[in-house]
Design a protein around this ligand. Sequence first.
Ligand SMILES: [Ca+2]
Ligand SMILES: [Ca+2]
Length: 252
Amino acid sequence: MYTTLLQYFSSIHSLTVCYNTVCVCVCVCVCVCVCACVCVCAGEFQCGFEDEAVCLFSQDKTDEFDWTRHSAATRDTKYTPNTGPSADHTGSKQGFYMYIETSRPRLEGDKARLLTPTFNVGSKSSYGTVTANPTYCFAFYYHMYGKHIGALNVFLRQKGQTVTDTPAWSLTGNQGDRWRQAKVNIHPTTTFQMVIEGVRGAGIEGDIAIDDVTIEEGNVKTPRPTVSSSTSVYQTLLAPGGNMRLVSRRYL
Ligand SMILES: [Ca+2]
Ligand SMILES: [Ca+2]
């Protein structure tokens, strides 16, 4: 209920805040709902899924199932002990992450897509100068453990006059029982979201989890991680640049 109200509230109010701001809203409902929001500049977008509102991430409704917010081990540990994380990325069993539960009734190929908030790309003055064609580093931690792991795909969804999804990153297959970080440069030229898609593999030992998602201005700062070519693909998005300028970045 709380999350639904929060998303409803945010959808009808343009939260006039910069991209670097994280807002937390509280709604009280007695016949009618009254909401209040507090916004704090955080320096970058960061989400560890610790709050029930999950930083205004949303579930795609056009796919087969949803991502689940969870802590400690994934739900069906009793029956499927060999898949999913046992704690969130920080190692805390009280910490939360998002994952796809691949037990019944899920079928091979079923997809669940998780959407970041929508960000504006504008132009930004900084001490009289203008930042043009900024690059953003989109980073997150993933956990892909189990013999039936399917795929984890990331798309840049640009929401101009038409909506276009561009592949930004993809990985398939068992990566072992550990959290690893993925980083990718993105070059949005208009309002955008990131789409995180989990695909169910051939069996029930296929839980895929993510945690600590960040978007910050600038290029990826560390070398691209090396991944096994036999089971995985790592792809850097090279979207065409534009004359994009950044002034205000905000949730819509
Ligand atoms: Ca977390
Ligand atoms: Ca869904």
